[in-house]
Design a protein around this ligand. Sequence first.
Ligand SMILES: NC(=O)c1ccc[n+]([C@@H]2O[C@H](COP(=O)([O-])OP(=O)(O)OC[C@H]3O[C@@H](n4cnc5c(N)ncnc54)[C@H](OP(=O)(O)O)[C@@H]3O)[C@@H](O)[C@H]2O)c1
Length: 224
Amino acid sequence: MKIGIIGSGVVGQTLGAKLVERGEDVVLGTRSPGSMDDKRGFGQSLDDWLKTAGSKARVGTFADAAAHGEVVINATSGTVSLEALRLAGEQNLRGKILIDVSNPLDFSKGMPPTLTVCNTDSTGEQIQRAFPAAKVVKTLNTTNVQVMVDPASVAGGDHDLFVSGNDPEAKARVTELLRQWFGWRTVIDLGDITTSRGVEMLLPVWLRLWGALGSPLFNFKIAR
Ligand SMILES: NC(=O)c1ccc[n+]([C@@H]2O[C@H](COP(=O)([O-])OP(=O)(O)OC[C@H]3O[C@@H](n4cnc5c(N)ncnc54)[C@H](OP(=O)(O)O)[C@@H]3O)[C@@H](O)[C@H]2O)c1
């Protein structure tokens, strides 16, 4: 499957490398494909990423990645996702599933970060409003990136993920992709895109759990 990833940080790199390893056809998008040796946030340089991800991985602009993808993944900070997706191009997202893994975290005043949007709105909703022809599915934002691609590394994979979005078929497709790509077993459909508020507002809890547990390798499990 052709996948476009908007975002060159540790999340885009980790998802991209895993998807290439699975045999998917991935273009990783960045605003600066000419700066291949710059370290990218918590990730590696894109030169190093290409070495890790293998010869089939490719790097392009956000627009290249979005145009390439049958499915597009937004892996940018929620504080800049609208800007990033505008650069990706509305025409390149039209009619496509847009998996949104972002969180609207503002680190400018130190730790813990605050949410730049919450309660009555969310990044997931902002993206869906700005790109009404894309099928936005919010997911994976409630778990660490290593757990995203390897849920079995925590409690043998016996824990939960959520999906939010307005298009039931898109959510069902993403649920199936999460199972095929990474092995996610339990994906709870929370409802329409307004339910992104809840999963984005889990981040303050997630961040405090990280502090309390001393490791990001955990996840939510809903007992019922
Ligand atoms: N780290 C985790 O374990 C984890 C877990 C769950 C969810 N998330 C979420 O995943 C997302 C990605 O996280 P990350 O750490 O990989 O990357 P990030 O540092 O949040 O974002 C990196 C991307 O944002 C782009 N960017 C930065 N400023 C921009 C601007 N003004 N306009 C347009 N694009 C801009 C960068 O472009 P360039 O490529 O040009 O540099 C880069 O592609 C975040 O929303 C994060 O909250 C992370």
